[in-house]
Design a binder for this molecule. Sequence first.
Ligand code: C2E
Ligand code: MG
Ligand code: MG
Ligand code: MG
Length: 279
Amino acid sequence: QVEETSSRRVVYYDTALKGQQQMENEIINGIDKAIAGHQFQVYYQPKISLNDHRIIGAEALVRWIRPDGSILRPDSFIPLYEKNGRVIDLDFYVFEQVTAFIRKNQDMGRQMVPVSVNVSALHARDTDAVAQYQAILERYGVNPDRLQMELTETATVLNYENVRRLFSDFQKAGFATSLDDFGAGFSILNLITDVPLNVVKLDYIFINKCEQNERGIYFLNQMIDMLHGLGFRTICEGAETDRQVKILTEVGCDAIQGNWFSVPVPAEKFEEMLYISKK
Ligand code: C2E
Ligand code: MG
Ligand code: MG
Ligand code: MG
């Protein structure tokens, strides 16, 4: 009995692995077709000020809408593209979609809130990454103050000097800069001391861990004060409950991004939130 179960499990595990490998190959080989066929779509997740609960920005988050209608979340393809370097192309593609979206709304007489886009640390290898981002903005006639560049680190081994230069160049070009997933476990000392930043985005683990008891709340409070003392604005991601929002407000966090207010939504839905539901 026991043997049968475990051998079945082995077979199951094997097919699951094969399926996984096949899926990874499809993702790795499918990027050009997916870009050309507009299968990557940008969703927007609102950022909310904790002063007045108004929408003060959004983060652009890519989704892969597959021809069969299924939606792939970035965690299933971004790490693979980080590994083979193609994340660079995807980041530029997403940035261009966001820029076009801002331009479209400008043409309708609407001011867009600043949108953050995720910038893989791999861009730091390329000395003209910022010029390429600027060229896209110029093509659409959009001002860099409508965009915030969010440094995302995954498995990449960072060369901090290059990242510092990249983010310094972003700021010189007029972009706001932000550090994503602060506290998620990678080396924060170099990033916090060396990289030019306007905003630090606290990872969702902060609110999850820190709401558990008084010690956690004290820690969160001191962390926010320290980040403010260093001159950064703070935003906490992943806030889901009223209690979490209350704690984040009390410890003086500036803003939140999380399902408490809204999950990431397609562009048209975000426009409704900004320009229609308010009226
Ligand atoms: P991130 O930049 O840290 O984005 C925040 C993630 O947390 C998003 O996941 C968002 O949907 C999720 N999230 C926000 N609030 C909540 C909440 O209240 N509860 C829960 N459970 N989740 C919440 P998503 O969209 O799956 O993106 C995952 C990661 O993929 C992003 O993490 C980012 O690192 C990466 N990514 C997304 N788009 C791009 C892109 O265009 N370029 C690059 N390089 N990376 C991207
Ligand atoms: Mg991000
Ligand atoms: Mg994040
Ligand atoms: Mg994250």
